[in-house]
Design a binder for this molecule. Structure first.
Ligand code: SF4
Length: 323
């Protein structure tokens, strides 16, 4: 008997897997990559948690499908920011369900706890997720199973319902107790949860879609660097540090051109369709962020084309363009 767990790296989904593994069932921890979650740190953390409970870790990339079918048209709307949590959960279960046959699994599990999150984990939301994902009966939530209707794995006797949990609400005492009981270590997930719940990141998406069509390749252009919208419509991205600069430099996206300089300074991206006024402004702003002293005119390269200008703007001047 095998189950697929929706796995985010959090304590609840780890405990849910352990409860099922302890009933002699093989569990594949399925992390769904929407493009707005995992950082490198999180990946290492997820693998560590899986090792501790004996689950196999797999990641499934749904970025394209997520953008096309969920992000901009959620049936149940958004949470506080750009987070379409109910539709997102449903999509994740739908994807996991699709994997069942390929991976030889008989049911799905998740770490959801009834009432833990007012918006996305109340009874009504859990039901909506079930309906939307068409997983009815096959989706078992071990952490609060005893408070929910019995599912197929319980009714069929694949799992013992009495050994599942009855956790309801926001209190985490029982989770802590179980973590201790199972001897879990380092279970605090490193920062950087879902970016869609972040207000600033949500504003960046809103700004992007007000000017352009958003596709998978555009995700990194929102994640790194200072983000500016210039007066005549172009978007400028200015690397903040060496890591940003390296990542921005590696981006190949037809919507953007690279701006480079011989000076010690940031790597920048500018909308490929920027007009001349925005290009000159971008050059001046980029020079404002150079860390090297210089005098007089400077030539910056916009792709293969040079643009020469003086630096007469400051970082303070850049502020009004920040998204
Ligand atoms: S927080 Fe993000 S990843 Fe989690 S359900 Fe909401 S939108 Fe999806």
């Amino acid at each position: 008997m095998k189950a697929i767990a929706l796995f985010s790296g959090g304590l609840d989904s780890t405990l849910a897997m352990k409860l099922i593994i302890d009933q002699g069932i093989e569990v594949i921890a399925c992390n769904i990559n929407t493009g707005f979650g995992s950082t490198k740190d999180r990946l290492a953390h997820m693998k560590n948690m899986c090792e501790q409970v004996g689950a196999e870790f797999r990641s499934v990339d749904i970025r394209d499908e997520y953008i096309k079918e969920v992000l901009f048209s959620p049936k149940y709307g958004y949470g506080k920011n750009f987070n379409p949590c109910i539709d997102c959960h449903a999509k994740m279960f739908e994807v996991a369900k699709r994997k069942m046959e390929e991976w030889g699994a008989s049911f799905l599990i998740s770490g959801e706890v009834l009432g833990q999150r007012p918006m996305s984990q109340n009874r009504e939301s859990l039901d909506k997720v079930l309906n939307l994902s068409n997983c009815d009966g096959l989706l078992l939530r071990p952490m609060c199973a005893q408070s929910l209707e019995p599912t197929t794995p319980e009714l069929e006797g694949w799992v013992d319902r009495d050994k599942l949990e009855n956790i309801v609400g926001r209190n985490r005492d029982r989770q802590m107790e179980l973590a201790e009981l199972f001897g879990l270590k380092d279970y605090e997930a490193p920062g950087g949860g879902c970016l869609l719940t972040d207000e600033k990141f949500s504003n960046k998406i809103r700004d992007f879609i007000a000017h352009d069509t958003f596709t998978v390749e555009d995700i990194p252009t929102l994640k790194y660097g200072r983000q500016l919208r210039l007066p005549e419509g172009a978007k400028l991205i200015i690397g903040r540090n060496a890591e940003d600069n390296d990542i921005l430099e590696a981006i190949q996206n037809k919507k953007f051109i690279h701006i480079t300089t011989e000076l010690f300074g940031p790597h920048c991206l500018l909308s490929a369709n920027a007009n001349d006024n925005d290009k000159v402004l971008a050059a001046k702003l980029m020079l404002a962020y150079c860390k090297q002293d210089f005098e007089g005119e400077q030539t910056l390269m916009f792709g293969d084309v040079g643009l020469t200008t003086v630096s007469d703007l400051s970082r303070h001047d850049a502020q009004k363009y920040f998204i």
